[in-house]
Design a protein around this ligand. Structure first.
Ligand code: CO
Length: 212
């Protein structure tokens, strides 16, 4: 496949947009005012804008293998901090997906070289939820569940960021954990209790991670 067809596609896309609104790119160039930060997987089948069917300018996006927000990862932390502090994002979504290759790789015992420390973050999630996961004898079910538990853990990782905490306390920001079911196209809200856990001073999340 030649890569040149991408440029032909781009021309077609420009024409399509201009035929609907001749000022489309003039408006696009002005500014961005997204209300959602989407943290998802790099998987080529899970393209954020498409599955939410939203126009450019609506969603600020960060993607990496298996939608992780590792504690010392300045890339994801910078994206989140910028989105909260400068774009005044109202919602942060961590969105995993079933059939995630990163999650599958973390469940296997292969040495994947430079990927090992990255996958180690997912293996930490497995260890934290070892009993629940090992109790699932159906491997497909275990795989799906690790996808969901990983989303929940990454939401907690987002919550550790002081600017995120401040915005939640000021009721300017909400956290959401979602999964994209690649087998049906459906977006599923995991309805995580993360906001309540953060505000309840007796919860583990709050007592361990809340800064003030
Ligand atoms: Co994936």
């Amino acid at each position: 496949m030649s890569i040149n067809h991408i440029f032909d596609n781009n021309k077609e896309w420009i024409n399509k947009k201009l035929s609907i609104d001749k000022d489309y790119f003039k408006k696009l160039a002005q500014d961005q005012t997204p209300e959602i930060l989407y943290i998802g997987c790099s998987d080529s089948r899970v393209s954020a804008g498409d599955l939410m069917e939203v126009e450019p300018g609506t969603v600020f996006v960060h993607r990496n293998i298996a939608n992780l927000v590792p504690n010392t990862d300045m890339n994801s932390k910078s994206v989140i901090d910028y989105a909260v502090t400068h774009l005044d994002i109202k919602h942060i979504v961590v969105c995993g997906h079933y059939k995630c290759g990163g999650i599958k790789a973390a469940m296997e015992k292969e040495n994947l070289g430079v990927l090992n420390p990255w996958l180690g973050n997912i293996r930490d999630v497995y260890r934290l939820h070892f009993d629940e996961l090992e109790a699932l004898t159906d491997l497909e079910q275990r795989y799906d569940r690790l996808v969901e538990l990983n989303v929940a853990e990454q939401c907690i990782n987002v919550l550790k960021i002081p600017t995120v905490q401040e915005a939640i306390i000021k009721k300017k920001l909400q956290m959401h954990g979602w999964v994209f079911d690649i087998k049906t196209g459906q977006l599923i809200d995991l309805t995580l209790d993360i906001m309540n856990e953060f505000s309840n001073s007796h919860s583990k999340v709050s007592s361990i991670y809340r800064i003030k």
